[in-house]
Design a protein around this ligand. Structure first.
Ligand code: SF4
Ligand code: SF4
Length: 182
């Protein structure tokens, strides 16, 4: 018994006073994801890799809005979203406390405007994504006229691209109608 007591005293306190005191977290601890809609492109990369489908993307093609959402109730803090995000819009934080009185408080949402196709005028892709791609091309040293030409191609939805003569799209400047060859 005496030996056991000596051992207990030697080991010291094995438990912590959490939640009365904050926990010492290990370096690299993966807590809940933090989202910055300013940096988000609504590209949907994170939603396709999220294992428990905590991330979702709903596209309303009638009103031209794409809604990004994260439900913390499903999140397993795996970090896949952070790995694939091209802009750092979603990153894991050390915060792991998610208690809420209302389930809706565990949802984060952001709306993004979709771009209209220059040919059929249907909404098809987030405008921010296109702007990002063009900025990358410029950064890579593509000359201004080339960037404008790429823009005219990118502003056409995939369905119309399949129907159009690509050369005719290239010839048409931004904001002008595109000749459709069917
Ligand atoms: S951390 Fe994992 S589970 Fe949570 S939102 Fe990101 S990908 Fe989904
Ligand atoms: S991967 Fe990043 S930029 Fe793309 S939708 Fe997710 S948070 Fe937004």
């Amino acid at each position: 018994m005496l030996n056991l007591l000596k051992e207990v005293i030697k080991v010291g306190e094995a438990t912590t006073k959490y939640p009365l005191e904050s926990l010492d977290l290990a370096p690299g601890f993966r807590g809940k994801p933090v989202y910055n809609p300013e940096l988000c492109l609504a590209c949907a990369a994170c939603t396709t890799v999220c294992p428990p489908n905590a991330l979702a993307m709903d596209t309303d093609t009638e009103h031209g809005v794409r809604t990004w959402s994260l439900f913390y109730g499903r999140c397993i803090f795996c970090g896949r979203c952070e790995e694939v995000c091209p802009t750092g819009a979603i990153t894991l934080s050390p915060d792991f406390e998610l208690a809420a009185f209302n389930k809706n408080d565990l949802v984060v949402r952001a709306d993004f405007k979709l771009l209209e196709c220059r040919v059929c005028n249907r909404y098809f892709a987030p405008g921010k994504e296109l702007t990002y791609v063009l900025a990358l091309l410029e950064q890579a040293g593509l000359p201004g006229p080339e960037v404008a030409q790429r823009r005219s191609l990118l502003e056409v939805c995939p369905e119309c691209k399949r129907k159009c003569n690509v050369e005719s799209i290239k010839r048409v400047g931004v904001g002008n109608p595109v000749e459709v060859k069917r």
